[in-house]
Design a protein. Structure first.
Length: 378
């Protein structure tokens, strides 16, 4: 972040305050024009250095209103410095983000300083340490002392959008998991579309004739109330931000439906970890260009019988889409390949039976397409 008055943007960080950025440490001298380099120059600089003596040592206690925030929100940071330092002393707060570090000018150092930090982009932040800066009245000399304090780590969760709740595998379009909870082991739980390898004896011929496609009976021992989500994290921040936003929407769609969340690069948050742990994983996700995506799909193939969603950027290679679809087809329950981003490259390959495709230019469009199509009912 540069100087001036930082303002929050959709893809950055901001300070809801004003002031000029100061950086550096120790003792620094300002610029003297050639005309000033006379007999009075050195006494002037010496006097400025005396006036800009180093600020006294200060211990800082830092508090934040929340260590987790949704992208687009803000947190209030309070600094207790134990008393001001007489003279021209200002405070600079350093903030480190996944995209670099910047300095927030907080104005005159006071016993208590409060400001709001706006977080417009998902990621992990380190807030602090604080620098105390003193300058002479002419601005010729500046001295800096780093305060004795501890940094605070903030996690900025991805944005999310309202999604229709995904029902349990085998329950068609019915409510999330109530059918599975009520059913006893081996009892009839619903119908689903036929997938390769299904026992032909389980085909429900009357429903198949009515719908024009083969439908098979699903029993409670095969119906799983959860969903597995795999996110392709091999590309840059922009693509990964969009995929994380779509994944966060799935995670929060139905609190009572367990979600097993995995990243192609190896990160994982199991179904029993809970929504907060899932969002933490998505907040900290970084590009892993060397991730073995086919291997991640292979793990998904053997990861259970519930529904699954694989999220890829729209620019993904056709062979990656095919690898995801093949793994989903092996789960024998209707699942989804989601492509997020403007269409690029050749058209996606034809998907096998039991796998649906949803392409959306933005995470908002992904949510709209999910809600409109209710892909698990088709």
């Amino acid at each position: 972040m540069g100087g001036g008055s930082p303002r929050p943007t959709r893809r950055g960080w901001g300070l809801l305050a004003s002031g000029a950025v100061l950086a550096g440490g120790g003792l620094a001298f300002g610029y003297l024009a050639p005309a000033a380099l006379g007999v009075m120059a050195f006494p002037t600089v010496a006097l400025a250095a005396a006036l800009a003596r180093r600020p006294r040592a200060t211990q800082v206690h830092r508090r934040v209103t929340n260590t987790r925030v949704r992208a687009g929100g803000s947190v209030t940071v309070t600094l207790e410095t134990g008393g001001g330092d007489p003279g021209r002393v200002t405070a600079d707060e350093r903030v480190t983000t996944p995209h670099g570090a910047f300095v927030l000018p907080l104005g005159p150092a006071r016993a208590q300083i409060r400001y709001e930090l706006s977080a417009e982009r998902r990621g992990a932040l380190e807030v602090g340490p604080l620098d105390l800066v003193r300058t002479d009245p002419l601005g010729l000399v500046r001295s800096v002392r780093r305060a004795d304090d501890e940094t605070v780590r903030l996690l900025v969760h991805p944005r999310h959008h309202e999604l229709a709740a995904l029902p349990a595998a085998g329950s068609g379009g019915r409510d999330t998991s109530s059918a599975v909870i009520r059913a006893t082991e081996g009892a009839f739980a619903g119908l689903r579309e036929h997938a390769p390898g299904d026992d032909i004896r389980q085909i429900h011929w009357r429903t198949s004739a009515r719908r024009g496609r083969l439908m098979v009976r699903e029993h409670a021992d095969a119906a799983r109330p959860g969903v597995s989500v795999l996110v392709d994290d091999r590309r840059g921040p922009a693509e990964l931000d969009d995929l994380a936003e779509a994944a966060a929407s799935i995670v929060l769609a139905a609190p009572d439906v367990p979600v097993d969340l995995a990243l192609a690069g190896g990160g994982r948050s199991p179904a029993d970890a809970g929504a907060t742990a899932h969002l933490d994983l998505l907040a900290e996700a970084a590009a892993r260009p060397d991730a073995d995506f086919p291997a991640a799909c292979a793990r998904l193939r053997s990861g259970g019988h519930g529904r699954a969603v694989v999220l890829l950027p729209a620019a993904a290679a056709p062979q990656d889409v095919a690898a995801a679809a093949e793994a989903l087809a092996a789960r024998r329950v209707l699942s989804l390949v989601g492509l997020v981003g403007p269409a690029a490259g050749p058209a996606a390959p034809v998907l096998p039976s039991g796998v649906r495709l949803l392409h959306a230019d933005t995470p908002e469009d992904f949510a709209a397409g999910w809600n409109q199509s209710r892909w698990w009912t088709r």
